[in-house]
Structures are given as structure tokens and as C-alpha cells.
Design a protein around this ligand. Structure first.
Ligand SMILES: [Fe+2]
Ligand SMILES: [Fe+2]
Length: 249
């Protein structure tokens, strides 16, 4: 079924223009394959999601705003989160381009945002979406799903390096600023590539394979997962932090 979804910024409609050389080696991970991977995590039970129905009244204000704004499917919500992350990273990179001075407090906030918001976003993909696709007969060993999990692990390692080089800015290391800038560029490049991969491969797979009922179930689990972990207040805090970082970067 043809439904309009996803991020325009990472639209799959321009896939013919998409050059695998731009996104590096990891594109070759995508496609039909049956190698092994473990997704990990626990899927929230749908029966516990009855009070999380996005069409009903309830506590989840930000998600409702997104749904009112048109993000009514799992991939539309994930794409909206990509856009939010992309905007933060783009502002941070623009700050690096603009000034030789590195504002450590802004970057400390950024690392905190990217860790926390990224963890929520990855959980939606690694646990909830992956399980829904498994229920439709696509194993976690399928190439696109395996690549997604691997890229999330790489992203976490790059973010660790970014945090480490950020801490080193306070040290006497003469090359601390150069190392930090390299780490920031590497993280941003990986993130952009990963989001493009998901827009090109993962989201179309989900839109193709999941029924409308599956999608409602995934939406319920997204909401349940948030309430079971960090809660709505934390989500709102992260949205506000993203705006603050974009203003200050
Ligand atoms: Fe992802
Ligand atoms: Fe994603």
C-alpha cells in the first residue's frame, strides 16, 4: 500500500541519486542476507499498552503533538526523531565551522542529549520495531536489521570517543582540540550515514511489511517503552535541551 511517510530530509524518493560511495563501506551491509545477530532487549507487552492508545486521552503530550502534526506511523515518528537529532548535529557542526573556540558546556549538553535521546530512539528500533518485523517473519539476522544494530553499536562507540575527547579538552594535551574535532566530525558523519541507511532500507521495509494493526501495536509499544523507562518528563526535558543546544551551538 502506498502511504506518505518518513523524513523528507532523508527521503527514499531520491534513492537513484544516492551514491553508495558517499556513505562508505557500511552500505554493503544492507540487502537480503541471513547472517546472525542478536538484537537484545525486551519487548513491552501489548496487553500493557491499553492505556497508551495515542488516540485516547493520557499523559503523553509530546507524542500527541507529533501525532497531531502528522506523524501517525512508527516510521514517521522515527523520521521525526531523526530530524530532531539531525538539526542538533547540524547546529553543532556549524558551530565548529564558525569558531576555533569550543564551548565545552554546549558540547557536554550535546553528549548528554545524544546519549539519552539516542538510547530512546535506538530502543524503538532495536527492540520494538525489530520484534514487530520478526513477528512478520523477518529474522533479526536479516541483513538490514543486522546492519542497523551494528551501526547503533558503532554510534555508541563513536559517542564514547567524543565524550572522552571532550573531557580531554580540560587536560594539558596539546592535540586535545584537534582530537575532539576529529571525533565530532566522525560521529556526525556516521550519524548522517546511518539515518540515510534507515530511510533508504529500514523504513521502507517496515512500511512494506507491517500491517495497519501491526503499526498501531508498535505505536503503543513506543509509548509504553518510554513510560517504562525514562518517562514523559524526561522526553520533554530532552526536547527542550535539543532546542537549547541549537540556539547556543
Ligand atoms: Fe538507528
Ligand atoms: Fe533511527
Amino acid at each position: 500500500m502506498a502511504r506518505a511517510r518518513g523524513s523528507e530530509r532523508f527521503s527514499t524518493s531520491n534513492s537513484q541519486e544516492w551514491d553508495s560511495a558517499k556513505v562508505g563501506h557500511s552500505e554493503s551491509r544492507y540487502g537480503p542476507d541471513q547472517n546472525e545477530v542478536s538484537s537484545g532487549g525486551t519487548v513491552p507487552a501489548a496487553e500493557n499498552c491499553n492505556t497508551m492508545d495515542p488516540s485516547a486521552s493520557g499523559p503523553d503530550r509530546s507524542e500527541r503533538r507529533r501525532l497531531r502534526g502528522g506523524a501517525t506511523t512508527p516510521t514517521a515518528i522515527l523520521a521525526a526523531e531523526h530530524d530532531l537529532i539531525f538539526d542538533v548535529v547540524q547546529a553543532l557542526e556549524a558551530g565548529l565551522d564558525r569558531s576555533a573556540k569550543i564551548d565545552r558546556s554546549v558540547w557536554e549538553n550535546a553528549v548528554g542529549f545524544l546519549r539519552s535521546f539516542g538510547a530512546q530512539h535506538h530502543a524503538k528500533e532495536n527492540i520494538v520495531l525489530l520484534a514487530a518485523l520478526e513477528r512478520r517473519g523477518i529474522p533479526a539476522t536479516e541483513r538490514t536489521l543486522r546492519a542497523m544494530v551494528e551501526e547503533h553499536e558503532e554510534e555508541a562507540a563513536l559517542l564514547d570517543t567524543l565524550a572522552q575527547t571532550l573531557a580531554e579538552l580540560a587536560s594539558e594535551r596539546s592535540d586535545a582540540a584537534v582530537r575532539f574535532r576529529q571525533a565530532a566530525r566522525a560521529y556526525a558523519a556516521h550519524l548522517r550515514t546511518h539515518m540515510e541507511h534507515e530511510a533508504r532500507h529500514l523504513f521502507p521495509m517496515a512500511e512494506r511489511e507491517l500491517s495497519a494493526e501491526d503499526e498501531r501495536d508498535v505505536l503503543h509499544r513506543f509509548l509504553l517503552f518510554r513510560h517504562a523507562t525514562d518517562g514523559e518528563d524526561e522526553y520533554e526535558r530532552l526536547l527542550a535541551l535539543a532546542s537549547q543546544i541549537r540556539r547556543q551551538a
